[in-house]
Design a protein around this ligand. Sequence first.
Ligand code: UDP
Ligand code: MG
Length: 334
Amino acid sequence: MVEKITKKNLIKSADAVNSKNPEISVVIPMFNEQENIDNLCARLLKTMDSVKKNYEVIFIDDGSSDRTPQLLQSWFKKRSDVIRIITFNGNYGQYVAILAGFEHVRGETIVTLDADLQNLPEEIPILLKKMEEGYDLVGGYRAKRHDNFFRTYASKIINFIRFRATGIKMVDHGCMLRAYKRHIIDEVVKTRETSTFITALAQKFAWHPIDIPVSHEERNAGSSKYSLYKLIRITFDLLTGFSLLPLQIFTMFGMLISSASLIYFFVEVFKKVVTHHHGYGLHFAFVFLLLSVIILGIGLLGEYVGRAYFAVCEHPSFVIRDILEKKNKKKEEK
Ligand code: UDP
Ligand code: MG
């Protein structure tokens, strides 16, 4: 028998879809993690099952060339009730993968985690508990890092530069064990930002964030997917993504040089006119002056380009958390 489509039926089916929505979505980017998948899935699913809430795990296969896709498939066969897999056609990078995951999450609370088991899946419930206290972002920070000397210090420097340049307060933007409320992720997705600073961006949209220490172990297996070049790119991304500071340094430098060369120029003119001093000083001063005008010009140009850049970026200028106002009676009656 065909059921008649009535308004009541439609509402019923909408409810059914909604009730299927999980409460928690775990997003994990993966690039050549064949050695870690079995361990990760076993530990993560065991932990999430123990939370006793509806959940989903979204794996994003970021163009892996090892056995990652096959292993993910076999886990999907075992647990298609909770696992969803997004597969890229190539390698786009960890943060692009996370953004793709964010675009597909259905939960109200979103947890991100790396696949390499450096952060413990068993600690997810601690983050979720903190969320229940009313925080909308719980960021983990690696209290005791187990990365090599270079990786640890490179990260510390990047964290420091980020804070200085952007003013965004977060202890450790590189730690991916983090939990967000849905409204933050919606804002992040709206910006379509795929640079390396997704975590910093999310921090900007939070209204009640907290950082908590989490464990950090050595990479379970495989090697870090980050090279020195990638770390330098992260720093540049952070700097240029959130502030015009690099450009402004250029302008400041231009101003400094032009003031100095202007003084130099006048001194040389004075020398020539008053003391009839001979030499190439005045020529040099003139060249310096011209040079400083060019540097200043580049700085100014940069300011305009920077403004255009921010306009294109679509980062919201502000995020409204709530509006408290007297309801319009007429509207309410409707
Ligand atoms: N990753 C990714 N695409 C990449 C590089 C890394 O999806 O191009 C994933 C990787 O599989 C891991 C996470 O991002 O789950 C973090 O990578 P990694 O552990 O190599 O970074 P590190 O811990 O050294 O910062
Ligand atoms: Mg790692």
